[in-house]
Design a protein around this ligand. Sequence first.
Ligand code: FAD
Ligand code: FES
Length: 278
Amino acid sequence: MNTPSASLGKNRIHQIDAEVLATRRAGAYTVLTLSANQIAAAAKPGQFVTCSVGEVGTGLILRRAFSIHDVTSTGGQGGTIDVVVAPHGGGTQWLAQRRRYDKVNVSGPLGQGFKVPREPVSCVLVGGGYGSAPLFFLAKVLAARGCRIEMILGGATADKVFGILESRRAANSTTLVTEDGTLGVTGRVTDVLVDSINRFDAKAIYACGPMGMLAAISELAVDAEVACQVAVEEAMACGFGVCMTCVLPIKGDDEVPRLVRACVAGPVFACEQVAWHL
Ligand SMILES: Cc1cc2nc3c(=O)[nH]c(=O)nc-3n(C[C@H](O)[C@H](O)[C@H](O)COP(=O)(O)OP(=O)(O)OC[C@H]3O[C@@H](n4cnc5c(N)ncnc54)[C@H](O)[C@@H]3O)c2cc1C
Ligand code: FES
């Protein structure tokens, strides 16, 4: 059953009782494919959805935010969206236990997505853990524009690197990195980023993952003078601009930091906008 839509700024947000069409395991993660026609039709890479979690009476009141990993716009069920769930707390564990035909109440698309280049340039997409999820929807759009795509996918351990198989299709080349050396290069995504920028003459970097990783990538991107956009994952309680839990310090043109709501002004920001060390 679809419930009403609302507008927030330029975004039209839909709230849908989405049917789970498929689930699959991907290392430490569970990928849910949800029947969400209107959200799929409106979504842009880098935007997110919120899902209501838990049964009535479980006390899981707040919706949980998830990047849109992929969308399809056709097929017997109409448009679908995929979300990647890293189960840890009550809400994500509940979602990861959903099965085919279950319903999940989903709102979206929310926030501002990635800006894509007009020219077919080389792009480096860097993901840490489940932060890699939105980069695959982005890669589809960049590929359609003729961009060359290098992916750097990292995680603490091999099972936390998301999208290893998908990256073969989505990217022209991929570098895998784990902190414990169980897969690919031993170290962090930042250890291989400069080499990728140079090898592919990258003109744009897109990154999503933990804040520390994004701050380090931003520093390297500024030094290399390559445009860089980051999708932040600040804690979000409402996801549509009313609760102020997601405030992030941003530098204006005057270099003076001010707080913005990451859920409506972001989650995607130009890296030099974020006041990382405040
Ligand atoms: C834009 C965005 C995209 C994300 N994408 C993904 C993704 O693709 N895959 C994924 O697995 N996770 C993603 N996350 C993280 C995911 O939303 C959290 O892991 C999830 O909310 C945890 O829920 P839980 O019940 O399992 O954990 P718990 O830790 O039990 O609960 C977290 C709850 O606490 C609330 N909360 C946390 N901090 C505060 C605070 N300071 N004030 C008020 N409330 C707070 C949260 O909103 C949430 O409702 C994303 C988060 C954001 C903001
Ligand atoms: S999450 Fe409520 S204002 Fe951003």
